[in-house]
Design a protein around this ligand. Structure first.
Ligand code: ATP
Ligand code: MG
Length: 206
Protein backbone atom coordinates (compact mmCIF):
# COMPACT_ATOMS: atom_id res chain seq x y z
CA UNK A 1 0.00 0.00 0.00
CA UNK A 2 1.32 3.44 -0.89
CA UNK A 3 1.95 6.08 1.77
CA UNK A 4 -1.01 8.12 0.49
CA UNK A 5 -3.33 5.09 0.72
CA UNK A 6 -2.08 4.37 4.24
CA UNK A 7 -2.76 7.98 5.22
CA UNK A 8 -6.28 7.92 3.76
CA UNK A 9 -7.17 4.68 5.54
CA UNK A 10 -5.52 5.65 8.83
CA UNK A 11 -7.75 6.13 11.89
CA UNK A 12 -5.34 8.78 13.16
CA UNK A 13 -7.01 11.35 10.92
CA UNK A 14 -7.54 14.91 12.12
CA UNK A 15 -11.23 15.01 13.03
CA UNK A 16 -13.50 17.95 12.29
CA UNK A 17 -17.18 18.41 13.12
CA UNK A 18 -19.10 21.42 11.86
CA UNK A 19 -22.09 22.49 13.94
CA UNK A 20 -24.52 24.84 12.21
CA UNK A 21 -27.97 26.27 12.75
CA UNK A 22 -29.68 29.55 12.03
CA UNK A 23 -28.96 32.47 14.39
CA UNK A 24 -30.71 32.08 17.74
CA UNK A 25 -31.49 28.36 17.38
CA UNK A 26 -29.19 27.67 20.34
CA UNK A 27 -26.14 26.03 18.79
CA UNK A 28 -23.51 27.73 20.97
CA UNK A 29 -25.53 26.94 24.12
CA UNK A 30 -25.98 23.28 23.14
CA UNK A 31 -22.47 22.87 21.83
CA UNK A 32 -20.83 24.12 25.03
CA UNK A 33 -22.76 21.49 27.02
CA UNK A 34 -22.04 18.72 24.49
CA UNK A 35 -18.33 19.59 24.61
CA UNK A 36 -18.36 19.30 28.43
CA UNK A 37 -19.68 15.73 28.01
CA UNK A 38 -17.14 14.95 25.27
CA UNK A 39 -14.19 16.33 27.30
CA UNK A 40 -14.67 13.63 29.95
CA UNK A 41 -13.54 11.20 27.30
CA UNK A 42 -11.28 12.84 24.70
CA UNK A 43 -9.75 16.14 23.57
CA UNK A 44 -12.06 18.68 22.05
CA UNK A 45 -11.59 22.23 20.85
CA UNK A 46 -14.47 24.49 19.86
CA UNK A 47 -13.82 27.29 17.44
CA UNK A 48 -16.46 29.85 16.62
CA UNK A 49 -16.16 30.78 12.94
CA UNK A 50 -17.81 34.17 13.52
CA UNK A 51 -15.29 35.05 16.25
CA UNK A 52 -12.34 34.22 13.98
CA UNK A 53 -13.94 36.29 11.19
CA UNK A 54 -14.60 39.13 13.62
CA UNK A 55 -10.94 39.29 14.67
CA UNK A 56 -9.96 39.72 11.01
CA UNK A 57 -12.77 42.18 10.27
CA UNK A 58 -11.99 44.34 13.32
CA UNK A 59 -8.25 44.39 12.71
CA UNK A 60 -8.90 45.40 9.08
CA UNK A 61 -11.17 48.22 10.31
CA UNK A 62 -14.29 46.86 8.52
CA UNK A 63 -16.55 46.51 11.58
CA UNK A 64 -16.69 47.11 15.33
CA UNK A 65 -19.13 44.38 16.35
CA UNK A 66 -20.16 40.87 15.37
CA UNK A 67 -23.69 41.64 14.21
CA UNK A 68 -22.38 44.27 11.76
CA UNK A 69 -20.50 41.61 9.80
CA UNK A 70 -23.51 40.31 7.89
CA UNK A 71 -24.15 43.86 6.64
CA UNK A 72 -20.74 44.03 4.92
CA UNK A 73 -20.70 43.71 1.11
CA UNK A 74 -20.67 39.96 0.25
CA UNK A 75 -17.31 40.37 -1.49
CA UNK A 76 -15.70 41.56 1.78
CA UNK A 77 -17.43 38.80 3.77
CA UNK A 78 -16.08 36.17 1.36
CA UNK A 79 -12.51 37.49 1.73
CA UNK A 80 -12.73 37.43 5.53
CA UNK A 81 -14.36 33.99 5.37
CA UNK A 82 -11.45 32.59 3.37
CA UNK A 83 -8.83 33.92 5.80
CA UNK A 84 -10.85 32.42 8.69
CA UNK A 85 -11.03 28.98 7.00
CA UNK A 86 -7.24 28.89 6.66
CA UNK A 87 -6.73 30.04 10.26
CA UNK A 88 -9.15 27.40 11.58
CA UNK A 89 -7.76 24.56 9.44
CA UNK A 90 -4.37 25.14 11.12
CA UNK A 91 -5.95 24.29 14.50
CA UNK A 92 -6.66 20.66 13.50
CA UNK A 93 -4.47 18.09 15.23
CA UNK A 94 -4.27 14.33 15.35
CA UNK A 95 -6.07 12.96 18.38
CA UNK A 96 -8.23 16.07 18.82
CA UNK A 97 -11.77 16.73 17.64
CA UNK A 98 -12.05 20.26 16.29
CA UNK A 99 -15.63 21.51 16.42
CA UNK A 100 -16.51 24.49 14.27
CA UNK A 101 -19.53 26.52 15.40
CA UNK A 102 -20.81 28.31 12.30
CA UNK A 103 -23.68 29.19 9.95
CA UNK A 104 -24.68 27.25 6.85
CA UNK A 105 -26.14 30.42 5.29
CA UNK A 106 -25.84 34.07 6.29
CA UNK A 107 -28.77 36.37 5.62
CA UNK A 108 -27.29 39.51 4.03
CA UNK A 109 -29.15 42.46 2.47
CA UNK A 110 -27.99 41.08 -0.92
CA UNK A 111 -29.42 37.60 -0.26
CA UNK A 112 -28.24 34.36 1.36
CA UNK A 113 -24.47 33.94 1.49
CA UNK A 114 -23.05 30.43 1.86
CA UNK A 115 -21.18 30.02 5.15
CA UNK A 116 -19.46 26.93 3.81
CA UNK A 117 -18.76 27.57 0.12
CA UNK A 118 -16.54 25.13 -1.74
CA UNK A 119 -13.28 26.81 -0.70
CA UNK A 120 -14.26 26.77 2.98
CA UNK A 121 -15.69 23.26 3.25
CA UNK A 122 -12.84 21.69 1.31
CA UNK A 123 -10.31 23.57 3.46
CA UNK A 124 -11.94 22.37 6.70
CA UNK A 125 -12.51 18.76 5.48
CA UNK A 126 -15.32 17.96 7.96
CA UNK A 127 -16.29 14.42 8.92
CA UNK A 128 -19.78 15.46 9.97
CA UNK A 129 -22.00 18.48 9.51
CA UNK A 130 -24.66 18.95 12.17
CA UNK A 131 -27.76 21.06 11.61
CA UNK A 132 -29.27 22.23 14.89
CA UNK A 133 -32.92 23.03 14.25
CA UNK A 134 -35.95 24.11 16.29
CA UNK A 135 -39.57 25.07 15.75
CA UNK A 136 -39.75 28.49 14.03
CA UNK A 137 -41.92 29.81 16.92
CA UNK A 138 -39.24 28.77 19.46
CA UNK A 139 -36.48 30.45 17.47
CA UNK A 140 -38.60 33.58 17.16
CA UNK A 141 -39.06 33.71 20.92
CA UNK A 142 -35.39 32.88 21.71
CA UNK A 143 -34.30 35.74 19.46
CA UNK A 144 -36.73 38.17 21.10
CA UNK A 145 -35.55 37.28 24.61
CA UNK A 146 -31.81 37.30 23.84
CA UNK A 147 -30.67 40.82 24.73
CA UNK A 148 -26.98 40.01 24.37
CA UNK A 149 -27.22 40.20 20.57
CA UNK A 150 -28.68 42.41 17.87
CA UNK A 151 -30.93 39.81 16.21
CA UNK A 152 -32.86 39.92 12.92
CA UNK A 153 -36.62 40.31 13.30
CA UNK A 154 -37.71 37.61 10.85
CA UNK A 155 -41.26 36.22 10.86
CA UNK A 156 -41.80 32.52 11.63
CA UNK A 157 -42.43 31.92 7.90
CA UNK A 158 -39.05 33.50 7.05
CA UNK A 159 -37.38 31.44 9.80
CA UNK A 160 -38.91 28.28 8.36
CA UNK A 161 -37.70 29.08 4.82
CA UNK A 162 -34.24 29.88 6.19
CA UNK A 163 -34.02 26.49 7.96
CA UNK A 164 -35.17 24.64 4.83
CA UNK A 165 -32.54 26.36 2.70
CA UNK A 166 -29.88 25.43 5.28
CA UNK A 167 -30.82 21.76 4.82
CA UNK A 168 -30.31 22.09 1.07
CA UNK A 169 -26.96 23.85 1.59
CA UNK A 170 -25.87 21.14 4.06
CA UNK A 171 -26.43 18.44 1.47
CA UNK A 172 -24.46 20.46 -1.07
CA UNK A 173 -21.59 20.59 1.47
CA UNK A 174 -21.86 16.85 1.94
CA UNK A 175 -21.53 16.34 -1.82
CA UNK A 176 -18.44 18.56 -1.87
CA UNK A 177 -16.71 17.13 1.18
CA UNK A 178 -18.06 13.62 1.78
CA UNK A 179 -19.18 14.66 5.29
CA UNK A 180 -22.32 13.12 6.73
CA UNK A 181 -25.22 15.43 7.63
CA UNK A 182 -27.04 15.02 10.93
CA UNK A 183 -30.16 16.97 11.92
CA UNK A 184 -30.74 17.58 15.64
CA UNK A 185 -33.87 19.17 17.07
CA UNK A 186 -33.23 21.62 19.94
CA UNK A 187 -36.66 21.51 21.58
CA UNK A 188 -37.81 24.33 23.84
CA UNK A 189 -36.36 23.95 27.35
CA UNK A 190 -34.46 20.78 26.38
CA UNK A 191 -30.86 22.01 26.08
CA UNK A 192 -29.48 19.06 28.10
CA UNK A 193 -31.25 16.45 25.97
CA UNK A 194 -30.08 18.14 22.74
CA UNK A 195 -26.53 18.34 24.11
CA UNK A 196 -26.54 14.61 24.91
CA UNK A 197 -27.75 13.82 21.40
CA UNK A 198 -25.03 16.02 19.92
CA UNK A 199 -22.39 14.39 22.15
CA UNK A 200 -23.37 10.98 20.69
CA UNK A 201 -22.89 12.32 17.16
CA UNK A 202 -19.50 13.82 18.08
CA UNK A 203 -18.44 10.54 19.71
CA UNK A 204 -19.19 8.82 16.42
CA UNK A 205 -16.58 10.83 14.51
CA UNK A 206 -14.00 11.17 17.30
P1 ATP B 1 -25.84 32.62 16.82
O1 ATP B 1 -25.80 31.86 15.55
O2 ATP B 1 -26.41 33.98 16.59
O3 ATP B 1 -24.54 32.64 17.56
P2 ATP B 1 -26.85 30.48 18.45
O4 ATP B 1 -27.52 29.49 17.58
O5 ATP B 1 -25.47 30.17 18.88
O6 ATP B 1 -26.95 31.91 17.78
P3 ATP B 1 -27.42 30.77 21.24
O7 ATP B 1 -26.72 32.07 21.46
O8 ATP B 1 -26.77 29.53 21.73
O9 ATP B 1 -27.81 30.66 19.69
O10 ATP B 1 -28.88 30.79 21.89
C1 ATP B 1 -29.83 31.83 21.63
C2 ATP B 1 -30.76 31.97 22.82
O11 ATP B 1 -31.61 30.81 22.89
C3 ATP B 1 -30.03 32.04 24.16
O12 ATP B 1 -30.66 33.01 24.94
C4 ATP B 1 -30.20 30.62 24.74
O13 ATP B 1 -30.20 30.63 26.13
C5 ATP B 1 -31.56 30.22 24.20
N1 ATP B 1 -31.75 28.76 24.02
C6 ATP B 1 -30.90 27.88 23.43
N2 ATP B 1 -31.41 26.64 23.41
C7 ATP B 1 -32.63 26.71 23.99
C8 ATP B 1 -33.67 25.75 24.29
N3 ATP B 1 -33.56 24.45 23.97
N4 ATP B 1 -34.78 26.20 24.89
C9 ATP B 1 -34.91 27.51 25.24
N5 ATP B 1 -33.99 28.46 25.00
C10 ATP B 1 -32.85 28.08 24.39
MG1 MG C 1 -23.67 31.25 18.64
Amino acid sequence: MSLTEQKILSDAKKRVAIVTGIPGVGKTTVLNKAADIARQDYTVEIVNYGSVMLETAVSSGFVESRDQMRQLPPEKQRKIQKIAAETIAKRTEQGKLLIVDTHMLIKTPEGYLAGLPDWVVTTLEPDVIVLVEAEPESIFSRRSKDESRLRDKDSTTEISTYQNLCRAAAIACSVLSGATVKIINNQEGMVDKTAEELAVVLRGVK
